[in-house]
Ligand binder design. Structure first.
Ligand SMILES: C[S@@+](CC[C@H](N)C(=O)[O-])C[C@H]1O[C@@H](n2cnc3c(N)ncnc32)[C@H](O)[C@@H]1O
Length: 313
């Protein structure tokens, strides 16, 4: 079968949203080529250096590439993608140059093209994320391994907002605690919390495709007994009283439920919010403070901010 590679020149801010649009349109194997990645030397934790081809990378911003089957629906799918990306402007998302190009690739190229980007990567002191097809063996007894299929919803688990979230869970979660993961996507944060000793994790996502993908990843990581995943809008109708809530969502969405998060948390509980673009940091902090939280830590990776907020004991 022939495949068409769609390449979108966009910004860091728009990556997750456009990846989501691509997945929803049936595109496979979304690949991110970030100008910043090319400029920094890439060495993974196994000591291998990636060979990066400068021709693959933009001089600024990000290329998002994905693959669509070449059939009679191709034109319609591309139009749908363009329209959905333009809709992001309504939400004040910077979509950068938004230049979209299409090129043809054959089955063999497609099957291997995107897999070469995904290698096991140590994302925190204890956690390594590996794609399902790699036979990765932990180097020490303390190393915890999460297997993910990058072809599925919000696949790789290595976006800066996800890495910041995993590191914060590792820092703050205490064994035996109850966790809620709002916007679970691939389920990666729920799996991380379970591996790091949570008693039980509740993962929620509005998107059924994400709920299915999370379910598969949770089984793959043998964490089903510790994680309950279901479709839900934010914390609507949730009665669980968690010690920790993690939410890797856009700033606009976090600012829709900070009061609910405050009410649900046990006294002394933590609200870890990620996915906040730098420009919106002050707004989110103010909203958290207005809800009654105390800000106890802020971290940054690239343009992304993570905030840890505490409900007073
Ligand atoms: C940036 S992804 C995060 C995925 C994963 N937690 C991670 O850290 O990699 C955000 C997720 O939030 C979900 N989401 C967006 N709005 C939501 C809402 N109102 N309620 C629940 N989930 C939502 C999206 O479907 C998506 O799966």
């Amino acid at each position: 079968m022939k495949w068409s590679e769609i390449c979108i020149h966009t910004t860091n801010e728009a990556i997750e949203l456009i990846s989501n649009i691509l997945h929803e349109t049936g595109a496979s194997g979304v690949v991110i080529e970030d100008a910043d990645d090319f400029h920094k030397e890439r060495s993974d934790q196994l000591g291998e250096i990636y060979e990066l081809d400068p021709m693959d990378y933009p001089t600024e911003g990000v290329y998002l590439k994905a693959y669509l089957p070449m059939n009679s629906f191709l034109g319609e799918a591309v139009e749908q993608i363009k329209e959905a990306i333009n809709q992001l402007l309504v939400y004040d998302i910077d979509i950068g140059q938004n230049k979209i190009t299409l090129s043809e690739v054959n089955e063999e190229e497609w099957a291997t093209a995107w897999k070469k980007y995904y290698k096991p990567i140590q994302v925190s002191e204890k956690i390594t994320i590996t794609p399902t097809w790699e036979d990765y063996l932990p180097e020490s007894a303390d190393e915890l391994v999460i297997e993910l299929d990058p072809g599925m919803a919000f696949g790789t688990g290595t976006h800066p907002t996800t890495i910041l979230s995993i590191r914060a869970i590792e820092e703050y979660l205490q064994a035996g605690q109850t966790v809620i993961d709002v916007g679970t996507g691939s389920g990666v944060l729920s799996i991380a919390a379970a591996l790091l000793g949570a008693d039980h994790v509740y993962g929620y996502d509005l998107d059924v495709v994400a709920v299915k993908a999370a379910g598969i990843n949770i089984k793959l990581n043998k964490a089903s007994s510790k994680i309950t995943v279901k479709q839900n809008n934010l914390l609507d109708h949730v009665t669980v009283k968690p010690d920790l809530i993690v939410a890797n969502l856009l700033a606009e969405i976090i600012m829709r439920f900070e009061t609910d998060a405050f009410e649900r948390l046990k006294p002394g509980g933590l609200f870890i919010t990620s996915g906040i673009i730098k420009a919106k940091e002050t707004d989110v902090k103010q909203a958290l403070i207005n809800a009654g939280f105390e800000i106890i830590e802020t971290n940054q990776m690239k343009d992304w901010i993570l905030i840890v907020a505490k409900k007073p004991a």
